[in-house]
Design a binder for this molecule. Structure first.
Ligand SMILES: *Cc1c(COP(=O)(O)O)cnc(C)c1O
Length: 469
């Protein structure tokens, strides 16, 4: 491919992308293919000769597109959003063309310096005090792993990396029973072991961890000879938005000298609206906080914002400096690869810069406020329907419910059937969760392009398809 062809194809792809995004409502949200259907259409051996772009692109449209679940669909109400605002997609096009590997300051000073600046913009946007410093991680899972490794090294007097874990007493880390699986995996990978992730039962309306039980668990562990290392708290859990009482958890952590990491991967975006900050009152006392601009806010995946109160602790845990990575004569600069597990880094800050400038905080706040209002409206409408049982109230834009007409015994089976039918139908997309052993349907709205009419449409689809069961 020469650069003229690149130019022509690039223009065609931009048009394709605009048409695709503009007309998403016409497509089923979830891919409707069967397992193996896509792979069966692909040749068994790689091409020996270069092929014509026309043929490659035609195959893409015909063979790949049916197997895509449309995450940018305005009626995507499953999981959490992975919004890619148009301005952030355009920024990624520039990044793709430049294709710089931004591991060190000198391997692209702009990437480092824009990252420093836009993470500070984000810090201000979500109302964190100036003592926090941000870095972009590829995902919340990576940020949590970095935080767990920091907890580990801090608790082991910075000797875990050198001496290994066998040389020390067993570490313990605490969280609620509502946290995301990325916490489990961070604990496994850090060598701490699942059995040493102490799950504190939840309590109260927001399903946050029972702080008295937390204190008791720490005291018992100390008496038994364990080393408590840290606490992971959650704001807006994935299942139904469970939220710990951050101020209370941090008070325990401070009294016990434990490191705290706050997982606000989804809900953190809502903190650009001051009226939602009560969900994380006390956050200024945290050691580490993660939120994903790649979820609700609209910075195309992947883009996770990780804020730490003491960058030195993170860097002491993760920095490694062989000769070939030294940047002689440039003291005082930041090499962000020392702040994360992977060495290589994309220029991810650019899409945040485009996003914030193109929509402004006011525009993004309006989007989040709409979603929260519309979610409450749908909750109220379903509550008023005699055959629906509301299970958890909206946490921001997430709630759960189930279809519970009178006289049906097996509501789990009925709701599984309902959600299967809805997703096979394709006009909207929902996912499920389990609460106290019950199968329930989750609803979250947060698509960048959604409108109020999409919520009304969702109500109609849910109630109609339930009536057809
Ligand atoms: C989505 C989510 C994660 C994982 O985020 P990744 O960026 O995909 O690793 C972790 N915690 C919570 C609460 C989430 O919602």
């Amino acid at each position: 491919m020469d650069w003229n062809q690149f130019r022509q194809w690039g223009k065609r792809f931009v048009d394709w992308g605009a048409d695709y995004r503009e007309n998403l409502r016409d497509r089923p949200v979830r891919a409707q293919t069967k397992p193996g259907e896509i792979i069966a259409q692909l040749p068994d051996t790689p091409p020996e000769q270069g092929e014509d772009m026309e043929a490659i692109f035609a195959d893409f449209e015909e063979k790949m597109m049916p197997g895509i679940t449309h995450w940018q669909h305005p009626r995507f109400f499953a999981y959490f959003p992975a919004n890619a605002a148009p301005a952030s997609v355009l920024a990624e096009m520039l990044v793709n063309s430049i294709a710089a590997q931004c591991m060190l300051w000198q391997t692209s000073p702009a990437a480092t310096e824009v990252e420093t600046k836009v993470l500070d913009w984000l810090r201000q946007a979500i109302g964190l005090p100036s003592g926090f410093t941000g870095v972009i991680q590829d995902s919340a899972s990576s940020a949590t792993l970095a935080a767990v490794l920091t907890m580990r090294e801090r608790a082991l007097n910075w000797q875990g990396n050198t001496k290994g874990l066998a040389a020390h007493k067993q570490l313990r880390i605490y969280c609620s029973d509502q946290v995301h699986t990325s916490i489990d995996r961070a604990i496994w990978v850090a060598g701490i072991g699942e059995e040493n992730l102490v799950r504190i039962p939840h309590k109260g309306k927001l399903r946050g961890m029972d702080v008295d039980a937390l204190k008791k668990a720490i005291a018992e562990d100390r008496a038994a000879g364990f080393i408590p290392a840290g606490i992971i708290a959650c704001v807006g859990g994935t299942s139904v938005g469970s939220t710990d009482n951050i101020a209370d958890v941090i008070a325990v952590a401070k009294a016990e000298d434990l490191y705290t990491h706050i997982d606000a991967a989804w809900a953190g975006a809502a903190m650009i609206c001051p009226e939602f900050r009560h969900f994380w009152t006390g956050i200024e006392g945290a050691d580490s906080i993660v939120f994903n601009p790649h979820k609700w806010l609209g910075a195309q995946f992947d883009c996770s914002a990780h804020f730490v109160a003491d960058p030195d602790a993170l860097v002491s845990t993760l920095a490694i400096k062989p000769e070939y990575l030294k940047t002689h004569g440039t003291d005082g600069i930041i090499n962000y690869s020392e702040w994360s597990v992977p060495l290589g880094r994309r220029f991810r800050a650019l899409k945040i810069w485009f996003l914030l400038r193109a929509y402004g905080l006011q525009g993004l706040r309006q989007m989040i406020r709409n979603h929260v209002d519309w979610s409450q409206q749908l909750f109220d409408k379903l509550s008023a329907h005699p055959d629906f049982e509301m299970i958890t109230e909206p946490m921001l834009s997430l709630f759960s419910f189930r279809y519970a007409p009178k006289g049906v015994d097996d509501l789990d089976a009925l709701n599984l059937k309902l959600i299967t039918n809805i997703n096979n139908d394709g006009r909207i997309y929902l996912t499920q969760t389990k609460i106290e052993g019950q199968f329930v349907i989750r609803f979250q709205c947060g698509s960048f392009d959604m409108e109020q009419r999409d919520m009304e449409f969702a109500y109609d689809v849910i109630t109609q398809m339930a009536a057809q069961l």
